[in-house]
Design a protein around this ligand. Structure first.
Ligand SMILES: [Fe+2]
Ligand SMILES: [Fe+2]
Length: 170
């Protein structure tokens, strides 16, 4: 099967949805399980979100019509809300508390909402904007980027920022 960036992004959405479903099953006693799940969620979500912001969204914006521009702005805004508020708040709660459970649940709900909007609106538009060859190229670039020092640095910076914001909120 030909590679396709839209399929890759979609399958990463599904993977993260699965991790949030597992998180929802944890109890307040499961300190270690929650910590590990949060690690896994971020390990998958942060590179995905950063690459969308750095490469996919700008490429989409360049070819978008007015509806596309609105869809783009909406996606960027949802990323900002998650990055600036939701993730730091999750980190500000102790793993063995109902606070953590509630905040992690909202985190998962927002990601599900955002991913569903991408899948049903943005990716549909993108399928018309980018031909199969371009989608395959983007997929290749994304895979290479994920393994690059640049990607690792960007993700580390995001984690540090979330940590600092969380410390302020505690
Ligand atoms: Fe996104
Ligand atoms: Fe996405």
């Amino acid at each position: 099967m030909a590679r396709d960036i839209l399929k890759t992004l979609q399958s990463e959405h599904d993977l993260v949805r699965g991790l949030f479903a597992e998180m929802e099953e944890t109890t307040d006693r499961s300190k270690k399980g929650r910590a590990e799940l949060l690690e896994q969620i971020e390990a998958n979500l942060l590179p995905h979100a950063k690459w969308e912001e750095l490469v996919f969204y700008p490429a989409f914006k360049e070819r978008a019509d007015r509806e596309g521009l609105k869809t783009h702005a909406e996606a960027v805004q949802e990323h900002r809300a998650v990055e600036l508020t939701v993730i730091p708040d999750v980190h500000a709660a102790a793993f063995d508390t109902p606070d953590f459970a509630g905040r992690a649940k909202v985190f998962g709900e927002l990601i599900d909402h955002h991913a569903t909007e991408e899948e049903t609106t943005m990716f549909k538009m993108a399928r018309k904007m980018f031909n199969a060859q371009e989608r395959a190229q983007l997929d290749q670039q994304y895979e290479e980027w994920k393994q690059s020092p640049a990607a690792i640095a960007v993700v580390a910076k995001e984690k540090a920022k979330a940590g600092i914001k969380a410390a302020v909120r505690r």
